[in-house]
Design a protein around this ligand. Structure first.
Ligand code: NAD
Length: 541
């Protein structure tokens, strides 16, 4: 952490800890201009207009962000297309070398990255650390596996030995990426790196609340040696720029809410372009009767309160076996109450602020509705204006019923509902309830049994004895949602193949697909039929 960062006004405050009467949380979070010098110039903008971006730590203005007009979007795509034509001719070795340079830069400059993330999102520094970590993992993974995913592959020809078939993976062209605010560095870069690796250019529209972090990512790409025009950043309201991007893109990668995802999917369908949609969730965690209760209670805190619950893969529903319910509850509640809430950029806080008034309103409304209808608050349950304008306590609810909003709607905040179960099949059925299917977690000391149960859970990822990090950080495994949680996958082979078109090239030798001179069509059909029977007998595929 750099010396010029603002000092933390309060520390060691648990969720029920006292407010510090001396402390004015709005006092100390102005961002020094030199921190962001040159960043806003990276936005493609000729509008002359700019809008402020604020820090949730205090509500103060951080910077003015230039806004992109529809004509600027056109220009961004023109530049990206020109750069892509050159880029597509570069070798995988060259692209991998730049990716590994980015890996090093991200690790070397992690303090600057985390400062910006904390400033813009208000999250705790330990949750900000996940972001450079994830981008370093992504850069290394695609650098080291580029040949595995992108090399030309041999396929089986119709006449073995005479028909040689090769599969090429060619870049789509220009990929449009629309990303949310919750993991501003990860979400700005992680889907774009495989797009670049596969030979595409990128035009990206990060969320307006976290533009500076995304622009810092763009600057690091340049420093790593990626061509300037290969990565374009546009800024402005999604509902205005979204359509402008979709009409010019060869593929769209969207991360955000299910409601917006459906709008994007329709617009992409009209253009006949593909899209991947990483959307919302109402993720379940199941604590089985043979779980290690201490480990489950520790994991449950991270599952529920990482990034103040503003994480697509964090948990909002917890199903706990009767046999361990009371022991688990006691430990989970104690751990939650002991969490340190400390605003600021320093290490040492267990949970940061929500990002905005909108988020605070949603969380407050969900908890108030549940309490009014009879839910019990076992920990937290209150906003903490003494810590910052949008701070909310990590909250555990019991007795949540289907008539309460937070039973099925995504809260996207630090609120977890606890439910008891006596029958595992019933727990799985309840975990599968609802419309989402993003991520699940199972705690058990019997890995084989937990893996068998995982197969019955309708989620794109299932973590056993971990909340979400095990799948999220295992870059070789695809990640994404079933049902209303999305379409397509990031990470792994699917995460890079989505940005390519397959092209099959077949070279036919000697034999033609027509009767040779002097052979009738009827005879040719007979020969072919005999040939097919023989091939089956020989075990041909
Ligand atoms: P959102 O859908 O409102 O916004 C996400 C992005 O889409 C922003 O950049 C926004 O400007 C843009 N946008 C908004 N309307 C648009 C439109 N009509 N056309 C084009 N772009 C538009 O989402 P949010 O509420 O800011 O983010 C939180 C949601 O994102 C939660 O539901 C969360 O679960 C989800 N999310 C999912 C993942 C995942 O990987 N599955 C990751 C992070 C967040």
């Amino acid at each position: 952490m750099s010396a010029s960062s603002p000092s933390s006004p309060a520390s060691g405050l648990g969720p029920s800890g006292p407010a510090d009467p001396e402390h004015d949380p709005r006092a100390s979070y102005a961002l020094e201009p030199e921190r962001i010098a040159g960043l806003t110039d990276l936005v493609v903008s000729t509008s002359g207009e700019s809008v402020p971006t604020y820090t949730p730590l205090s509500g103060q203005v951080l910077a003015m962000i230039p806004q992109t007009t529809p004509a600027d979007v056109e220009e961004a795509y023109r530049r990206a297309r020109a750069a892509q034509r050159e880029w597509a001719r570069t070798s995988l070795e060259h692209r991998s070398a730049l990716m590994l340079k980015l890996h090093d830069l991200v690790l070397d400059r992690q303090d600057e990255i985390m400062d910006l993330i904390c400033w813009e999102s208000g999250k705790a520094r330990k949750h900000a650390f996940d972001e450079p970590l994830h981008i370093a993992l992504t850069a290394r993974y695609y650098a080291r596996t580029a040949h595995d995913h992108l090399d030309t592959e041999r396929k089986i020809g119709v006449v073995p030995g005479l028909t040689r078939v090769e599969l090429n993976r060619v870049p789509k062209g220009v990929v449009g990426i629309i990303s949310p605010w919750n993991y501003p560095f990860t979400m700005a870069l992680c889907d774009g790196l495989p797009a670049l690796m596969a030979g595409n250019a990128v035009v990206t529209k990060p969320d307006a609340q976290t533009m500076l972090t995304a622009l810092f990512g763009a600057q690091l790409l340049r420093e790593a040696g990626f061509p300037e025009d290969l990565w374009q950043v546009v800024a402005g309201p999604g509902r205005v720029l979204g359509g402008e991007m979709i009409s010019r893109s060869d593929y769209i990668c969207f991360t955000g809410s299910t409601a917006t995802g459906k709008i994007i999917a329709k617009q992409c369908a009209e253009q006949l372009i593909g899209c991947s949609l990483e959307l919302g969730g109402k993720n379940p965690i199941i604590i089985l009767r043979d779980a290690d209760v201490d480990r489950a209670a520790e994991g449950a805190v991270r599952a529920s309160f990482s990034n103040a619950g503003q994480l697509c893969v964090s948990m909002e529903r917890m199903f706990v076996a009767d046999q361990v319910y009371d022991r688990f509850l006691e430990k989970f509640v104690a751990r939650t109450k002991a969490m340190r809430l400390q605003p600021g950029l320093e290490w040492g806080s267990d949970m940061g602020s929500l990002i905005s008034q909108d988020q605070l309103d949603t969380v407050t409304a969900h908890v108030e509705d549940a309490v009014a209808k009879g839910a019990r608050v076992l920990a937290g349950g209150k906003p903490r204006p003494d810590l910052g304008p949008y701070y909310y306590e990590p909250t555990i609810l019991e007795g949540v019923t289907p008539d309460m909003t937070c039973f099925g709607d995504e809260t996207f905040g630090p609120v977890i509902a606890l439910y008891r179960f006596s029958d595992e099949a019933d727990a799985v059925a309840r975990a599968n309830d609802g419309e989402y299917g993003l991520n699940a977690s199972i705690y058990s000391q019997d890995g084989k049994r937990a893996r068998a149960i995982a197969r019955h859970i309708k989620c794109g990822t299932v973590n056993i004895n971990e909340a979400f990090a095990a799948t999220f950080a295992s870059l070789d495994a695809p990640m994404g949602g079933m049902r209303q949680s999305g379409m397509g996958r990031r990470q792994g082979a699917e995460g890079i193949h989505r940005y390519t078109e397959t092209q099959s090239v077949a070279t036919q030798r000697l034999m033609r697909f027509a009767p040779p001179p002097g052979v009738s069509d009827k005879m040719f059909a007979k020969i072919f039929t005999a040939n097919l029977r023989l091939m089956k007998k020989l075990g041909a595929k």
